[in-house]
Write a protein that binds this ligand. Structure first.
Ligand SMILES: Nc1nc2c(ncn2[C@@H]2O[C@H](COP(=O)(O)OP(=O)(O)O)[C@@H](O)[C@H]2O)c(=O)[nH]1
Ligand SMILES: [Mg+2]
Length: 359
């Protein structure tokens, strides 16, 4: 099979020769090309690369452009083969696993093969427990917000193979600011047949990681953006729903005051129902507009079943804070609402508006 191997590099002078020679040793396919994309590294990585590569390979030296994702995208665009492997040039992604990726594509109609650290047979060398927990937490965030990543063990992987055509066809939609380019591809190049194959992530021997602490915030913003700011929209709708709820109570107090004074159960149920219908309508038209696959009445019914758990969790949390920790009732109530919100959101995201509606 013909494949291109894209190696983005920045200050990898010590690694580039090693990674290229490992590729030569371990990749069994004859027809492969290497595409190095270097952002004019001050240590001259591009020059080392030029002296190393063969006739079929290319080195792209980008001047005045920096960024991992755009480097990868440029590499994919410049590639000539049907499938493109994307991997780090620092030997953290061992080249011998490329053969397994090729096998997966040969055995089925697959668009993306992800090298996974988190499936059986995969692993991570040299990471502390806390670093693994952060990585798994970040993966969980992606799975919650991005349906295309659910069912995958390692959607944040930097080591993957993709059918070039899928990326080229959607090039305009891919946002190169997000540094997890695989997430972009999974969300925006749909429909895709995705498969995973395990690999063991190695620790870096030479050079330094270019990704710092700011990465975590960038990551969360990236996933939020990819999700169409869905959790934010959900929160806005929830806050508006609360106003509607209070508004109904106030309206009843002024007009049908017996519904609030003598039969508060009726008044409060009415307020809950009206605000629930209001929230549902906004979620249908706005928050989950693109996820209205299936039957609307079933979604409406399911949405009603989420009222109880979210009110209950609000109630329990605010009461614990108030009685056990003597926290001000207003603050207790507010924190209770903050706790009820993610529960409601998670149920909606994973349970009610699950199916995409391709419009
Ligand atoms: N062309 C290019 N490559 C980059 C850039 N930043 C990182 N890389 C390369 O992308 C790969 C992954 O980066 P690395 O710093 O190892 O990230 P980490 O593995 O998450 O710590 C390495 O091969 C880097 O040399 C960049 O801005 N431009
Ligand atoms: Mg690395």
């Amino acid at each position: 099979m013909d494949i291109s191997i894209v190696l983005p590099t920045y200050k990898e002078a010590e690694n580039i020769a090693l990674v290229v020679s490992e590729i030569r040793k371990s990749v069994s396919e004859a027809g492969y090309e290497i595409v190095v994309v270097d952002d004019n590294s001050p240590d001259g990585t591009w020059l080392y690369a030029v002296n190393l590569i063969g006739d079929n390979d290319i080195v792209i030296r980008r001047i005045n452009i920096k960024g991992l994702s755009t480097a990868i995208l440029d590499g994919i665009i410049f590639s000539l083969k049907e499938y493109v492997v994307v991997m780090d040039a620092d030997l953290q992604h061992p080249p011998q696993y490329i053969n397994n990726m090729v096998k997966v594509v040969e055995n089925g109609d697959i668009d993306v093969v992800i090298g996974s650290r988190y499936m059986i047979g995969g692993g991570i060398e040299g990471w502390t427990k806390s670093r693994i927990i952060i990585s798994k937490g970040a993966t969980l965030i992606a799975k919650l917000m991005l349906p295309s990543t659910r069912g995958l063990t390692d959607p944040m992987s930097g080591f993957f193979m993709v059918k070039r055509e899928k990326v080229v066809a959607n090039r305009e939609r891919l946002n190169p600011r997000g540094y997890k380019i695989l997430l972009e591809i999974l969300e925006k190049c749909q429909p895709l047949n995705v498969s995973e194959t395990p690999y063991v992530f190695r620790s870096r021997v030479y050079g330094k990681s270019k990704l710092g602490a700011k990465t975590i915030i960038d990551y969360i913003l990236h996933v939020l953006k990819l999700s169409g700011w869905r959790p934010v929209k959900f929160g806005v709708v929830g806050a508006l729903g609360m106003l509607v709820n209070l508004g109904v109570i106030e309206f009843l107090r002024r007009t049908y005051s017996y519904l609030v004074q003598r039969y508060f159960v009726v008044g409060s149920l009415l307020a809950i129902e009206i605000s629930t219908l209001f929230n549902f309508t906004l979620h249908e038209l706005w928050t989950f507009r693109d996820r209205r696959g299936g039957n609307m009445f079933i979604r409406l019914l399911l949405f009603h079943t989420t009222i109880l758990p979210s009110i209950l969790s609000q109630f329990i949390a605010s009461n614990i804070l108030f009685y056990a920790f003597s926290i001000d009732p207003l603050i207790s109530q507010f924190i209770g609402i903050l706790i009820g919100f993610p529960i409601n959101y998670i149920l909606s995201e994973l349970g009610i508006w699950r199916k995409r509606s391709f419009e």
